[in-house]
Design a protein around this ligand. Structure first.
Ligand SMILES: [Zn+2]
Length: 86
């Protein structure tokens, strides 16, 4: 019985190690993505107010973050980025 319990314990430990390793990788990826997202973007065509893709007004909150695209266009770009990266 004691041995059985030990085996289960090691299995759990291994599983936890694997989970935390995955979590660490995930966190690093998330940090890298977050770092890219917080970098102010620039474009010669950007007038400081309108999305460079569709010329919609960019919400003030996004402008403060240095964004040059509206949420819709940003989403499209990010989806394309993931597509090309894979
Ligand atoms: Zn747009």
């Amino acid at each position: 019985m004691a041995l059985e319990k030990n085996e289960n314990f090691f299995e759990l430990t291994d599983e936890n190690d694997r989970a935390s390793a995955i979590e660490t990788q995930f966190n690093e990826d998330a940090l890298e993505i977050a770092r890219k997202k917080t970098l102010p973007e620039t474009d010669p065509d950007f007038d400081g107010v309108h999305c460079i893709e569709c010329e919609e007004n960019i919400p003030a909150g996004r402008l403060k973050l240095g964004k040059i695209r509206c949420i819709e266009c940003q989403t499209v770009i990010e989806k394309q980025g993931k597509f090309f990266a894979s």
